[in-house]
Write a new protein. Structure first.
Length: 237
């Protein structure tokens, strides 16, 4: 599927690729009306799928800014419609993300970024630490720094190897890590990194108080930050 197949207005179409000898890529492709040249693979957390509300609204907002977005199901979710991933699923889930990046790059012919919410973002970051040239950059929504109420269980062993530039978006009320904990953890990342705080939001990035008329939504905040992030990535490439 080539991006030039899109019509004059943004739309969302099914995206399915079943390669020989590798995980399938299944999801939905947001095709912008005016393609900026940048694309993003975006995947879900441990308890969800590619139809998660946070993914849909973020993908829609990004498409409005010209970014093509592939929301995709990780292999563990393709295998089981409910339930969390098993520890043994992680390697195949990363292989699925690799396949999605390659498929989207072939479809759009431009730069491809990689990201996800919670578990999906964690696997994206591990994959990028292992393969720093795979994606142009990372969009990590609600990175699960540690299990709730277990701050010693940090999921950061790969951070010192992460050279791919990364944009972290984190709710101020996220039980998987406070903003201060995130700042300390990100300090060990050698590559360029940024942290965007969403005031009042929890792990699902909802719950932001709309106290000021015209205050941007979470999705719009993410889209604006990502657009600026892409611009900085372009200047550094």
């Amino acid at each position: 599927m080539r991006l030039e197949d899109a019509g004059p207005t943004a739309d969302v179409v099914p995206f399915v690729l079943e390669p020989t000898g590798g995980p399938a890529v299944r999801g939905s492709l947001h095709r912008p009306a005016l393609f900026s040249g940048d694309a993003l693979v975006l995947t879900h957390g441990a308890g969800s799928n590619c139809r998660a509300p946070v993914l849909v609204v973020v993908a829609t907002a990004l498409a409005a800014k010209g970014v093509a977005v592939l929301r995709c199901d990780l292999p563990f979710r393709q295998a089981r419609p409910t339930g969390p991933p098993r520890r043994a699923d992680a390697e195949r889930d990363r292989a699925g993300l690799r396949q999605a990046v390659l498929a989207l790059r072939q479809a759009v012919g431009g730069r491809v970024f990689l990201g996800g919410h919670s578990y999906g973002g964690r696997q994206a970051s591990v994959l990028s630490a292992d393969e720093p040239g795979l994606a142009e950059g990372l969009l990590l929504l609600s990175y699960p720094l540690h299990p709730p109420r277990r701050p010693s269980g940090l999921r950061t062993a790969h951070f010192p190897r992460l050279h791919t530039r990364a944009l972290f978006v984190h709710g101020a009320r996220d039980p998987f890590g406070s903003i201060e904990e995130m700042r300390r953890a990100l300090a060990v990342i050698p590559g360029p990194r940024e942290l965007i705080e969403i005031a009042g939001a929890g792990h699902d990035l909802s719950g932001r108080p709309q106290t000021v008329t015209g205050q941007p939504s979470v999705a719009e905040t993410v889209a604006r930050a990502f657009a600026a992030f892409c611009g900085r990535a372009s200047r550094c490439s």
